[in-house]
Design a protein around this ligand. Structure first.
Ligand code: C2E
Ligand code: MG
Ligand code: MG
Ligand code: MG
Length: 283
């Protein structure tokens, strides 16, 4: 059989692949250590209302404060965390950090705005996300209406009993759910309706093309009308210019986010934005 498989059957023994395996094991051990030693930090990026221009919420984006490499972005470790399953522990820590931050802002008497955390579809498909959220909210005495959850569209939420129950449990808690990077996956209208989510975040590639052609512009308009028709809010990601912002307002987009409105920054920089904001009243 080995002979029939040809050269390919020896590939697992090449030094290069062994090296890669060692590298991956090392990196995942390092990330595990980082989670245990609480080396993860959250940066926050503001979102604004498309009708009033007011600050509405913050997205929490994880970074790894590496003792020797400095600040490491999520693209360097989230995919590996997904593959190894570490994403569940990482996700729980992110939820805990976000709730701790909300509690700290409240203690400082700041007007509270919701914080949106990114979750892995694994946390829904395997269950446990709602329990982790409920525990963190209780631990820090935070109202569930102050927490939002984003799930990337390309990471499909299974049509399983666990996933369905998990989403129902999140909704019972009062946590709003968003599909992240909408347009990069394959969600159908019926799936979106079945999941009964609060909103969708249109992937930044659509915002980038918005002003390139009439077709791109009409495509965005169609996404907004479709979402509104099924009762979902629309958030545009990756707004980088005043012109894009103006078009999105005209398209009746509900919220906007992007470098033009504010880059992700450490929590310490948020109170300056919050003091100018309209306070959020739960319920
Ligand atoms: P995402 O959730 O779609 O977050 C938006 C990403 O786009 C962020 O990158 C943000 O910094 C970047 N961004 C925001 N505005 C602009 C803009 O105007 N132009 C451009 N070019 N980029 C913009 P970041 O922070 O590197 O995060 C990358 C991805 O990593 C996130 O994409 C999310 O999928 C994932 N991620 C981040 N934090 C977490 C987390 O706590 N848990 C999980 N599971 N995934 C996370
Ligand atoms: Mg997101
Ligand atoms: Mg996104
Ligand atoms: Mg993304």
């Amino acid at each position: 059989a080995a002979k029939a498989a040809g050269k390919g059957s020896y590939r697992f023994f090449t030094p290069e692949l062994a090296e890669r395996l060692v590298d991956r094991i090392t990196r995942s051990a390092n990330l595990k250590h980082a989670i245990e030693h609480r080396e993860l930090v959250l940066y926050y990026q503001p979102r604004v209302c498309g009708k009033t221009g007011a600050l509405t919420s913050f997205e929490a984006l994880v970074r790894w404060m590496h003792p020797s490499r400095g600040l490491v972005g999520p693209d360097n470790f989230i995919p590996m965390a997904e593959e190894t399953g570490l994403i569940v522990a990482l996700g729980e820590q992110v939820i805990d950090l976000a709730c701790a931050q909300l509690a700290q802002w409240r203690e400082h008497g700041l007007p509270l705005l919701p914080v949106s955390v990114n979750a892995s579809a694994r946390q829904i498909n395997e269950g446990g996300l709602s329990a982790a959220l409920a525990a963190a909210l209780q631990r820090h005495g935070v109202d569930a209406a102050l927490l939002e959850v984003e799930i990337t569209e390309s990471a499909t939420v299974a049509e399983s009993r666990i996933a369905t129950e998990e989403i129902a449990a999140l909704q019972r808690l009062g946590v709003r759910l968003y599909v992240d990077d909408f347009g990069t996956g394959y969600s159908s209208l019926s799936q979106l309706r079945r999941l009964d989510l609060f909103g969708l975040k249109v992937d930044r590639s659509f915002t980038a093309r918005l002003l390139h052609s009439d077709e791109d512009h009409e495509l965005f308009r169609a996404i907004v009308s479709m979402a509104h028709a099924i009762g979902m809010q629309v958030v545009a990601e990756g707004v980088e210019s005043r012109e894009q912002l103006q078009s999105l307002i005209a398209l009746d987009c509900d919220q906007m986010q992007g470098y033009f409105l504010g880059k992700p920054a450490p929590a310490e920089q948020m109170p300056a934005l919050m003091e100018k904001a309209v306070p959020f009243t739960p319920g």
